[in-house]
Design a protein around this ligand. Sequence first.
Ligand code: NAI
Length: 333
Amino acid sequence: MKHTITLIPGDGIGPEIAANVVRILEASGVEIEWETHYAGAQALEKFGETLPQALLDSILRNKVALKGPVTTPVGKGFTSVNVGLRKALDLYANLRPIRALPNVPCRYPELNLVIVRENTESLYAGLEHVVVPGVVESLKIITEKASTRIARFAFEYSCREGRKKITCGHKANIMKLSDGLFLDCFRKVATEYPEIEADDKIIDNACMQLVMRPEQFDVMLLENLYGDIVSDLCAGLIGGLGLVPGANIGEKGAMFEAVHGSAPDIAGQGIANPTALLQSGILMLRHLGEREAADRTEHALLKIFAEGKVRTRDIGGTAKTSEFADAIIGTMT
Ligand code: NAI
């Protein structure tokens, strides 16, 4: 079956890693027609807006997008394109599998857990205003609807992927109403899935446990802000942000993207590591039901890492982005 997928190459290293990931995914045997669209600074320059309607329409039509990193200027200019895309398409579930790769130095080479982050609410929605000069208010919105929806997503995902336990991280001891509601919704949904163990931990303790004994976690369910922070912490446990994939999923579509940014310091040199975007592409193949192609690509990636001969500069090698991609393609064919 041929898939039509929206491709957002992004800024900085985005186009370099996207072009190589496209080559690898196509070598896996799937038939893909790519609809390439711009977002952020490039779209602003070409079309006068950072999130052109044609891009949103393309994702709504195709229901799947692969996205490279997009630059967000700090403290000026437009608001985050990433947050804008998640809002516009109601991509309410952020999925981040955390798994170490062979031969990458890290604290927990055996770690294999998944973060499920609510993507639309909480303090991360950025609803802030000045009450009087010198006093600001930032609103933490938690709703029963969004909390129930993300809890159900986490349980459904766990059943589908053979995961055994979900730990809900919260601060319901202090934020009794907001985090209390999030936790209540989790517990209610948990009763529908007796085969999955449901556990909860206060978020500060959960962070300490993650650093000391992370193997006790399988799937973690977190509201938006905790999810943002804890997923980077977890990336650090397995070797850093450059390797970790991400997916943003909703009823209207799904967008797969690397967790790292546009790396302007190395852009244009052809030396960026495409692994995080490739792993996002593998998640995308699984989402599309292309399990065989996903497995083939993943085996090739793991083999190249296990051999340790072709490595990009960020993980101690000298290979160019395209040489790394060639090695993976060579392993598949
Ligand atoms: P960054 O992730 O772009 O870079 C941090 C460091 O990691 C840099 O030294 C960079 O060279 C290195 N790095 C990142 N990805 C790499 C890769 N694939 N291969 C090799 N080295 C890599 O973070 P930074 O510098 O804070 O952000 C740069 C821009 O990216 C900002 O405008 C930021 O807003 C944006 N950004 C976009 C994201 C997205 O579109 N999902 C996510 C995070 C940041």
